[in-house]
Design a protein around this ligand. Structure first.
Ligand SMILES: Nc1nc2c(ncn2[C@@H]2O[C@H](COP(=O)(O)OP(=O)(O)OP(=O)(O)O)[C@@H](O)[C@H]2O)c(=O)[nH]1
Ligand SMILES: [Mg+2]
Length: 195
């Protein structure tokens, strides 16, 4: 599936955030979890968002316009210890300001590596989103790295760990597993009337 998608802009600091027009879905998760890859897979454009084997690839907030309908926002990953302190100090406010203040934020795609499972950051993040009434879709990435029975176990485990009502979606950029389910969830959020 190929969906019209274009890069809009990047921001290195909150003062560079563009004026918000379309609803935004933010892609959030640990460094190297596959955020940029998932964006490319969802729209069927390989090189739209830059990906890398080296954690910490995405250092800016990047906006992509999807189908003239909504923005996917690629946020820098959290939790990568090897990034030097100065860089980390500049990322935190970038991510936090975006999530706390962005009035066109319609929902969050929270990505968790299926082999790592839920960690402290995600445990804190889900109640924070719930308190702000921000809808979230939890995706377990790199599902191709586990056999089917293990995938199912990890989905149930993540659901329990995070206290979710719905099953997280196991996704893979390699097999396209879960991509249709992601689309259904995303469209539901961006098409919902704004509260
Ligand atoms: N096997 C497999 N590898 C994947 C998948 N998704 C991403 N990867 C690999 O994981 C690595 C990191 O992917 P990125 O998309 O750059 O991760 P990111 O979350 O954007 O990373 P940062 O920008 O550094 O925070 C790359 O080597 C990808 O090829 C997947 O579904 N399956
Ligand atoms: Mg990235």
């Amino acid at each position: 599936m190929k969906v019209p998608a274009v890069f809009v802009t990047s921001a290195a600091q909150p003062s560079d955030f563009p004026f918000g027009t379309l609803p935004e879905l933010a892609v959030v998760g640990r460094s190297n979890v596959g955020k940029s890859t998932l964006i490319n897979t969802l729209v069927g454009h390989d090189g739209l968002a830059r990906t890398s084997r080296t954690p910490g690839r995405t250092r800016l907030v990047n906006w992509f316009e999807i189908n003239k309908k909504f923005h996917l926002v690629d946020l820098p990953g959290y939790g990568y210890a090897a990034v030097n302190r100065d860089l980390k100090e500049s990322w935190r406010p970038l991510i936090e300001t975006y999530l706390a203040k962005r009035d066109v934020l319609a929902g969050v795609l929270l990505l968790i590596d299926i082999r790592r499972g839920v960690q402290e950051e995600e445990l804190d993040f889900i109640p924070w989103l719930a308190a702000k009434k921000i809808p979230v879709i939890v995706a377990l990435t790199k599902a191709d790295k586990l056999p089917k029975n293990k995938r199912t176990l990890e989905v149930m485990k993540a659901k329990k760990d995070l206290g979710l009502k719905r099953d997280p979606i196991a996704v893979s950029a390699q097999t396209a597993e879960g991509i249709e389910a992601m689309w259904r969830g995303m469209l539901k959020i961006v098409e919902a009337p704004k509260q």
